[in-house]
Design a protein around this ligand. Structure first.
Ligand SMILES: [Cu+2]
Length: 239
């Protein structure tokens, strides 16, 4: 390579490098809170399976349909770009759904279309993985104690559907299949963060298994961070 070409290549690399910072994409971040009476989550009765029961000797596992901190931060809310994002190819990285202590971990899982999901059986007991999807074909897989891993993929985008275990009736989790990577699930602090969004206007939605959904329109610029907080309440009972 002569020095002229080298200069050209270096200049190109420099411009490219700077541009990647300029166009790093926008971020939406925030906190999901719950407002209302917080029920105490009942302990799960696992006595029917001594292996499950034995894994929670110190503290019983509890139901997870409404997990709220003392200051109202809501866990297991799914926040995602409902409208405005393009289709993205599946990442190489596998998503993981573990069956550990006879509960699903995580309780709410977001995956991309065609992304490989490793369904693990860490328990050494029989589980049955039964998907109740509507757009994607349902499956019903027995995972005997020696079956440590099963890989599945979902080929169509589909908002939340349950996966349950027919052996242990308390086992239930929720899966969303999204055609892009812009989603997050809140942890115990209620926080979510969606990064790398191309500049634009999007419909952002929060979903919770008992509290329903809420949407908001958000405009993000390259390199900027928008904060969006949600407060969810119990839906009114239908009369
Ligand atoms: Cu099970």
């Amino acid at each position: 390579m002569n020095s002229k070409t080298l200069r050209k290549v270096s200049l190109f690399a420099l411009v490219y490098f700077s541009m990647s910072f300029l166009f790093a994409g926008g971020t939406i971040t925030g906190t999901v809170k719950y407002e209302g009476k917080v029920p105490r989550m009942k302990a799960l009765k696992m006595a029917a399976d001594p292996i499950c029961d034995g894994k929670h000797k110190d503290a019983p596992a509890r139901m997870e349909w409404l997990v709220v901190s003392d200051s109202g931060e809501l866990k297991n809310a799914f926040v995602w770009i409902k409208e405005g994002a393009d289709n993205y190819p599946a990442p190489e990285e596998h998503a993981v759904l573990d069956q550990n202590g006879c509960i699903y971990s995580p309780h709410v899982l977001g995956v991309q279309v065609d992304q490989v999901v490793d369904i693990l059986n860490t328990d050494g007991t029989l589980h049955n993985v039964h998907s109740l999807s509507k757009r994607n074909p349902q499956f019903n897989i027995a995972m005997p104690k020696f079956k440590k891993k099963k890989e599945v993929t979902f080929t169509k985008s589909e908002m939340m559907f349950p996966i349950k275990c027919d052996v242990h009736p308390w086992m239930k989790c929720y899966v969303a299949v999204v055609n892009h990577p812009f989603f997050d699930v809140t942890g115990e602090d209620g926080n979510f963060k969606i990064s790398g969004l191309p500049a634009g206007t999007y419909t952002l939605e929060v979903w919770h298994e008992k509290l329903g959904t809420k949407t908001v329109s958000v405009t993000v610029a390259d390199g900027a961070t928008e904060t969006v907080d949600f407060t969810l309440t119990k839906p009114k009972k239908k009369k």
